[in-house]
Every structure is written in C-alpha cells, then in structure tokens.
Design a protein around this ligand. Structure first.
Ligand code: G6P
Ligand code: MG
Length: 223
C-alpha cells in the first residue's frame, strides 16, 4: 500500500532549471571564459553545485586549471547570483497541476518528503508557499552520494518512517529515476518518456500527474 510520496523539487514542483542555467552561464562567461549551451544545462539537472561546476569546466576543457579554493569561490558566486534570481519566486511559479496534486495528497493524509539535491530547497518552498506540505526535507549536505545513487530517495522514505516499497518517488531527471528505482520505491517520471524510460509510470508533464493513475499502476505492479 502506498503510504507516502518523495518529491524531487526542480522540474517537478517548480522550474528552477532556467535560473540555474542563467546563473551558471554568467559565471562561466565572466569568470571561466566558457560559453555554455542548453545541452550542457541538461547535464546539470539533479547534479550538486560542485559537480555542476566540474561538468562546465570539463565542457570548456578547463578541468585542471583551478584549485579547489578557486572552485569554491566560483560556486559561491554562482549561488549568490542564483539566490537573487529565485528571491522573486511566488506561488505563481508552481508548475501546472502540482498545487492541486499536493492538496489531494494532503487530503488523503499521505506522508510527503522532499529529496532535492538543492541546498536552497527550503528557501524555494517558502517562496512557493509550500513549506507546510512537506513533513520532512532531506538535507543534501548529509548525503555521501548524489543521484543516481539511491541514498537521497531512501532517506526521503526513511524520514517518513515508511518502507521503500510503500513510497512513490517523483522525478524529472533520468538520474533521479535511477535513484528511486535503486531505493526500491515506485518511480514516477515527469517529462519525455524516451529519457525517463526506466520509470514505473510516466507523465509527459506536471499537468498530467494523476493520483488515481499512480494508485492504479502501483496496484498493478504490487498485486
Ligand atoms: C538540483 C538542480 C541542480 C542543482 C542542484 C544543487 O538538483 O536540479 O541543477 O545544481 O539542485 O542546487 P543548489 O541550489 O544547492 O546549488
Ligand atoms: Mg529535477
């Protein structure tokens, strides 16, 4: 039986990828002399701040040009810029259908936790007016491994005191679906089914997410 839902944030509840991209593009251009493009951005989804910087440096063939201290400075600068961009977020930035979905889950008393790699997640939830919906938030600083490792989604279920088999994970990134599956949870992909083909159930976009369909697919798999 489903007892709880573990959510990714970026790309599932709100679209912050464009702000990450804007912030990284500026740092890459101004400080690293690297011009990034949308295909690089795709690789940054679900990836931690420092790992994102390493991907950009590799893309620009500059992976050996900076010390760890310099990289910390770039990452902090990117974050300062990113935080300024997300400071204007409001409930209007919730992706279509997700507020209604969260309300439905709350009405049915499901546990809800957040499994985002973003250290800014609490700030973003506050801007969206969604803080009270989440019983628990996984602290990404407490993790040894990022997605696709199962650790973050396993923790998301453990914090709700439910078994992985009782949890549904929602993700827009392939690495996230791998994390959910590795944790032994029911995976729901939101986005291109070709990219998210390992998900137990897929919706093309947030507006299509349906609790009834999730329950039916979960029941099919578990009877
Ligand atoms: C999410 C985003 C990534 C981002 C990561 C860390 O997973 O999809 O693009 O790099 O969070 O975010 P942070 O806010 O801690 O820099
Ligand atoms: Mg995401």
């Amino acid at each position: 039986m489903i007892k709880g839902f573990v959510f990714d944030l970026d790309g599932v509840i709100t679209d912050t990828a464009r702000f990450h991209y804007q912030a990284w593009a500026k740092i890459a251009q101004d400080d690293l002399g690297i011009t990034i493009n949308p295909s690089v951005n795709e690789q940054l989804k679900g990836v931690s701040r420092m790992d994102s910087l390493n991907i950009i440096l590799k893309f620009g063939h500059r992976e050996n040009d900076f010390t760890q201290e310099q990289k910390e400075v770039f990452a902090t600068k990117k974050n300062d810029y990113y935080v300024a961009l997300i400071s204007h977020m409001t409930p209007a930035d919730i992706l279509p259908g997700m507020k209604e979905f969260l309300d439905e889950l709350r009405a049915e008393n499901y546990g809800m936790s957040l499994a985002s790699a973003s250290k800014n997640a609490p700030r973003i939830l506050a801007g969206l007016g969604l803080t009270t919906y989440f019983d628990k938030i996984v602290d990404p600083a407490s993790l040894r491994h990022g997605k696709p490792d199962p650790e973050i989604f396993a923790k998301g279920a453990a914090l709700l005191n439910i078994k992985p088999s009782e949890a549904v994970g929602l993700e827009d990134a392939f690495a996230g679906i791998q994390s959910i599956n590795g944790a032994g949870e029911f995976s729901v992909g939101i986005g291109d089914p070709k990219i998210l083909h390992e998900a137990d159930l897929n919706f093309n976009c947030t507006a299509e997410v349906s609790l009834a369909k999730i329950k039916a697919a979960y029941a099919d798999q578990n009877d």
